[in-house]
Design a protein around this ligand. Structure first.
Ligand code: NDP
Length: 307
């Protein structure tokens, strides 16, 4: 049997939770579907220092506070792994992999992004055996060991810094000789004696002993010379891809899979909205995600109530 709501929100990160607050406070019947823990990327982030009003907080704490707030005005929080969204004009169908179907007058997609894999031999089979995409979750397993971080963006450098509280040495492997990260993050890296930067190298294989990771094979992009770095922990942070495969049949995505929305966060399919990191935009931050969620929910409320 189909369950009916005014508004179904897919994803319970900062964007989805903000949409739930705005939608339910306005009096809409709201369901928020999530397939993992609430909080999205927040729960994988150690330190947040750009959330206005709080100079520094912990990601998990902010996620927990937001979750409590998001369900305080009647929004329902439900488990759901969405595999398809269908547009039937006045209403939308949200279909989950367990056969559950939700009907809604409006849908806000706030599913965020997923970490990109390196797509090299040995990577996939060693996830959980030394390859990790979450330093906050797994960093403590590498106490007094040497680890490698791949990438030179904000994620890679912030997580490398975080890992130095456990690891004896953190190698950052970048394919150019410059970082992409903000200068304030680069400064912290330069001042950390446990961090060693290996420029102009790309990872080509994860080496294991049949049980766990023991090395990372890299290639110098100038000379082509291949070497193996002895390590038990490999943390790839080479960028993100939007989690939008379940929208493939709708005309709402750009060529890179991000949702294209207007100033109301609405796609060209009326009643289907995008909010947070999943949409095409310049600045992906907690503060911009919450902004999108509020705008989308408020616009959906106006349309549903015919205001
Ligand atoms: P980015 O896209 O910013 O950086 C990806 C990094 O990985 C780059 O250094 C890139 O190299 C490298 N890379 C990409 N592909 C490969 C590959 N195949 N092999 C080796 N290296 C590769 O991704 P992030 O996840 O760091 O950040 C995503 C977004 O989130 C950004 O907008 C970022 O600013 C934001 N963010 C903001 C934070 C904050 O403000 N505190 C914290 C974390 C993220 P190259 O530079 O050579 O292309």
């Amino acid at each position: 049997m189909e369950r009916r709501y005014d508004l179904v929100i897919i994803g319970a990160g900062p964007a989805g939770m903000s949409a739930a607050i705005y939608g339910s406070r306005a009096g809409l019947q709201v369901a928020m579907l999530e397939m993992g823990a609430p909080g999205g990327k927040l729960v994988k982030t150690n330190e947040i220092s750009n959330w206005p009003g709080t100079i520094e907080t912990n990601g998990a704490k902010l996620a927990s506070d937001m979750f409590e707030h998001s369900t305080a005005f009647g929004a329902e929080y439900l488990y759901g792994n969405v595999i398809k969204v269908e547009d039937a004009g006045d209403y939308k169908k949200v279909i989950c992999d367990d056969g559950e179907v939700y009907e809604a007058k409006a849908v806000i997609v706030a599913t965020g992004t997923q970490e990109r894999m390196m797509k090299i031999p040995g990577e996939a089979e060693n996830i959980g055996r030394g390859v990790s995409y979450c330093a906050v979750c797994d960093g403590a397993f590498f106490r007094n060991q040497e680890v490698c971080v791949i990438g030179g963006g904000n994620s890679a450098l912030e997580e490398a810094n975080y890992l130095t509280q456990f690891a004896s040495r953190v190698n950052i492997i970048i394919r150019r000789d410059v970082f992409r990260a903000d200068s304030i993050v680069q400064k912290a890296i330069r001042e950390n004696p446990k961090i060693h930067v290996i420029p102009k190298h790309i990872p080509i294989a994860v080496i294991d002993d049949g049980n766990r990771v023991v090395g990372l094979k890299v290639r110098n992009v100038d000379t082509g010379i291949e070497t193996t770095i002895e390590t038990h922990g490999i943390f790839p942070y080479i960028g993100l891809d939007p989690a939008t495969s379940f929208l493939a049949d709708l005309p709402v995505l750009n060529e890179r899979g991000y949702m294209v929305v207007d100033e109301n966060c609405e796609t060209k399919v009326k009643g289907i909205y995008g909010a947070g990191d999943v949409i095409e935009k310049q600045l992906r931050q907690v503060v911009t995600a919450t902004n999108d969620g509020a705008i989308a929910a408020q616009h959906a409320f106006h349309v549903i109530k015919g205001l």
